[in-house]
Write a protein that binds this ligand. Structure first.
Ligand SMILES: NC(=O)C1=CN([C@@H]2O[C@H](COP(=O)(O)OP(=O)(O)OC[C@H]3O[C@@H](n4cnc5c(N)ncnc54)[C@H](OP(=O)(O)O)[C@@H]3O)[C@@H](O)[C@H]2O)C=CC1
Ligand SMILES: Nc1c(N[C@@H]2O[C@H](COP(=O)(O)O)[C@@H](O)[C@H]2O)[nH]c(=O)[nH]c1=O
Ligand SMILES: [Zn+2]
Length: 353
């Protein structure tokens, strides 16, 4: 169906702007006149113009007179409020666009249907809900954040063929790699797509991880590290201040540094919920949790996760730190060289990943 193809194009465009737009949603828009796309755009990096504005501005001079007769397709409801930029619904009205096809409503409390109301009140025809599931899935981090008041949670680990995260004895203070460099590069791409990355104390002490994006180009996520009683020495990479880092601790009144922040939380009661509250307060839309077992299992047991990405390698350890125990629907399974990658989902409402 032609309409769906145009909304599909909006979703492709949305994807291009998604990560830089955070904590805003990534939105794609196309203007279609007589079956021909005359303009398209996606959300600019945070604080910049929204997808609809970029779409309208992209129309060539010789086509501008066609704008009022064109149909605007947009993956998320046009905004109705003054944020960092003026309301997109006002611009759509001002440009005389009569037909607007919207993928899904915006869950943000300041919009939540008001953009559509405003357009309809100005006499514009608004069709709502084209490829709705796909549009919600495209902005699943944003929807999750506003509907559940917590970040979207991706669990990730690599386990040996016999189900261990790491062997009993390690020679060096760095990870024992289970996966191939190709899988590890994919992990760096994943890191670049999320707002935050979290690991437990023992992982920091055993591996001294960088938790940054090195084998891919893109944003470094905010590092979030558990350190209940201050066991992590100053010399460790997570404290090097190269990237913004939040240390979650039970110690009180630790002074923040330029790029190193301390948040005091309770560990004994509702730890994963307490972690989510801090991430929510810091406006972090999503987090990838990369281990270790205890930390991952804590989130799994609380049911606080949205998808899991599990690599199975060919190494055999015999003993060591066991991989977490998780059950869920396997949404996808693929081979990356000799590694097997399983994607497991904990939700039904967002359609395909
Ligand atoms: N293959 C892979 O993908 C990965 C492998 N690893 C490996 O896993 C090993 C570490 O795993 P693991 O030992 O499970 O450690 P974690 O990294 O999960 O850290 C555990 C520590 O974090 C704090 N913590 C975590 N969860 C809780 C909780 N629910 N309540 C209270 N405190 C909590 C505690 O710190 P405290 O004791 O200070 O209170 C606890 O000792 C390492 O050897 C590492 O190499 C790690 C990540 C990924
Ligand atoms: N061993 C293992 C992983 N280990 C994870 O990667 C972290 C190291 O991050 P960095 O220092 O930034 O490279 C480490 O602490 C642990 O969380 N990951 C994988 O994809 N495959 C693997 O085989
Ligand atoms: Zn807008």
């Amino acid at each position: 169906m032609a309409e769906e193809i145009f909304m599909q194009r909006c979703l492709e465009l949305a994807e291009k702007g998604m990560r830089n737009a955070m904590p805003n949603p990534g939105v794609g828009a196309v203007l279609v006149h007589n079956g021909r796309i005359i303009g398209e755009g996606h959300t600019s990096p945070y604080g910049g113009p929204h997808g609809e504005v970029n779409c309208i501005n992209s129309v060539r001079a010789e086509n501008r007179h066609l704008i009022p007769e064109a149909t605007l397709y947009v993956s998320l409801e046009p905004c109705s409020h003054h944020g960092k930029t003026p309301p997109c619904s006002d611009l759509i009205i001002e440009k005389g666009i009569k037909n607007i096809i919207v993928g899904t409503t915006d869950p943000h409390e300041k919009v939540a249907g008001n953009g559509i109301k405003k357009l309809r009140a100005a006499g514009r025809h608004v069709q709502l809900g084209l490829l709705e599931k796909e549009c919600r899935n495209s902005n699943r981090r944003f929807f999750n954040f506003h509907e559940k008041q917590r970040p979207y949670i991706v669990l990730k680990w690599a386990e040996s063929a016999d189900g261990f995260l790491s062997p009993q004895h390690k020679e060096e203070q760095k990870p024992v790699w289970i996966t191939t460099p190709y899988s590890r590069q994919l992990v760096h791409k994943w890191r670049s797509e999320e707002a935050a990355i979290l690991v437990g104390t023992q992982t920091v002490l055993d591996d001294n991880p960088g938790l940054d994006v090195r084998s891919w180009t893109g944003h470094n996520p905010v590092r979030v590290v558990l350190d209940r009683s201050g066991r992590i020495p100053e010399s460790y990479s997570v404290k090097n201040q190269k990237n913004k880092t939040i240390i979650l601790t039970e110690q009180a009144n630790l002074p923040n540094l330029d790029n190193l922040f301390f948040e005091t939380i309770t560990f004994d009661n509702a730890l994963p919920q307490n972690i989510c509250s801090v991430l929510y307060r810091h406006n972090l839309l999503s987090v990838i949790i990369e281990g270790g077992r205890q930390t991952l299992q804590t989130f799994i047991d609380a049911g606080l996760w949205d998808e899991a990405r599990v690599f199975k390698g060919t190494a055999v350890f015999g003993s060591g730190t066991k991989a977490p125990h998780l059950t869920g629907d396997i949404a996808a399974r693929e081979k990356i060289l000799n590694d097997e990658l399983l994607i497991i989902r904990n939700y039904g409402q967002y359609n395909t990943i």
